[in-house]
Design a protein around this ligand. Structure first.
Ligand code: FNR
Length: 343
């Protein structure tokens, strides 16, 4: 049941496959005879230096993977000098995650019908030294995840709500997680609510779940600090496009005014290279981190991050790029480019 919850996507899982396969359709165009004796993969995200252009994506319920849950993940992030986004639906209280390590942490937020709870969690995140708020905008309701329905998936206990609200749900039909989400999530949240969010926090706000230039422009207009191109790991709207296939349009709409990040289907260092070439400042990693955590706890997460870093470093050397700034649009050829060449 837990494996299905981690691995699965919505409905036909078309987008789940596409997120990965769209990366396969992009070629990398290397430059040769470049001095690549020194490669530096470090970068900064929202002004925070980080060892590589990758972050841990917010995913709920890490205790389903490992008894130490988010604390193990956070320690691995700190050891690898990478940023971790902690989910609203974390299975360890955010204060415990914060005190367990000195990783730079961002806090991911859902807006609940009980706005007071959302506001309280933002204040707690601020007090615990989280550096940014990521508002997940693609989840007014939970996507139809058929494996969870079949398994009658039990909602993992959300420890951030201890003493606030119960996460127990009473339903004998389908996914208990979906029943819980539909009881809690505020489906009326819209762009004007960013003003509300800004009124309750001074932390920079990133919007996660943007897939179109139109929404990117709206995000700019409401004054957020960054955009995350994401389809929630294909767990929400099936047949939404692979994130890498829409990244460039979003980047063009934003015109460098705010950073654009991407997640969904990043499985290799070459995928990170491709996302950077198409304008992302960094990528976030979801499932591979969870699988590393399930396999070997903190060590497993470190292995996943280090494998991706090593692969990126090697790809950069082989492509003739010494720093992340050297990776340009000219280093990749997309399917769209190939079509244009034929005309
Ligand atoms: C997620 N994701 C997610 N996103 C979010 O904003 N809040 C959350 O609580 C969760 N929870 C969650 C649980 C699980 C099991 C998965 C797989 C994903 C989505 C996540 O942040 C990210 O967008 C995707 O996981 C990225 O895709 P990949 O790397 O998993 O392909």
């Amino acid at each position: 049941m837990y494996y299905d919850y981690y691995a699965g996507g919505a409905e036909d899982q078309y987008t789940l496959k596409e997120n990965v396969e769209a990366f396969h359709r992009i070629n990398i165009l290397p430059r040769v005879l470049v001095d690549v004796s020194k490669i530096d993969i470090s970068t900064s995200i929202l002004g925070y230096r980080t060892s590589a252009p990758l972050m841990i994506a917010p995913t709920g319920g890490h205790k389903l993977a490992h008894p130490e849950g988010e604390v193990a993940t956070a320690r691995a992030a700190a050891a690898c000098d990478t940023i971790m986004a902690v989910s609203f639906s974390s299975s360890r209280p955010l204060e415990e995650v914060a005190s367990s390590c000195n990783a730079i942490r961002f806090f991911q937020l859902y807006v609940y019908k009980r706005r007071d709870i959302t506001a309280l969690l933002v204040r707690r995140a601020e007090r615990s030294g989280f550096k940014a708020v990521i508002l997940t905008a693609d989840t007014p309701r939970l996507g139809r995840r058929e494996a969870d329905i079949k398994n009658k998936m039990i909602a993992p206990p959300v420890r951030n709500f201890d003493g606030l609200i119960s996460t127990d749900v009473v339903t004998d039909k389908g996914s208990k997680l979906a029943a819980y989400a539909s009881a809690m999530l505020d489906a009326s949240v819209c762009w004007k609510d960013i003003t509300w969010l800004k009124s309750i926090t001074n932390l920079p706000i990133l919007i996660k779940g943007v897939l179109t230039p139109e929404d990117a422009i709206k995000a700019l207009e409401v004054g957020v600090s960054g955009i995350i191109v994401s389809n929630h790991g294909a767990r929400q709207l099936d047949y939404s496009p692979a994130t890498i296939s829409v990244l460039e349009e979003v980047v063009e709409a934003v015109q460098g005014k705010i950073p654009v990040l991407l997640d969904g289907g990043v499985r290799r260092g070459t995928d990170i290279f491709k996302a950077l070439a198409l304008g992302a400042q960094a990528v976030m990693i979801g499932r591979p981190v969870l699988f590393g955590l399930a396999a070997k706890g903190e060590y497993g997460v470190k292995r996943v991050i280090n494998m991706l870093k090593e692969e990126l470093e090697l790809s950069m050397a082989l492509a003739g790029t010494c720093t992340v700034k050297d990776i340009t649009r000219g280093h990749v050829r997309t399917q769209h480019d190939r079509l244009l060449c034929k005309i």
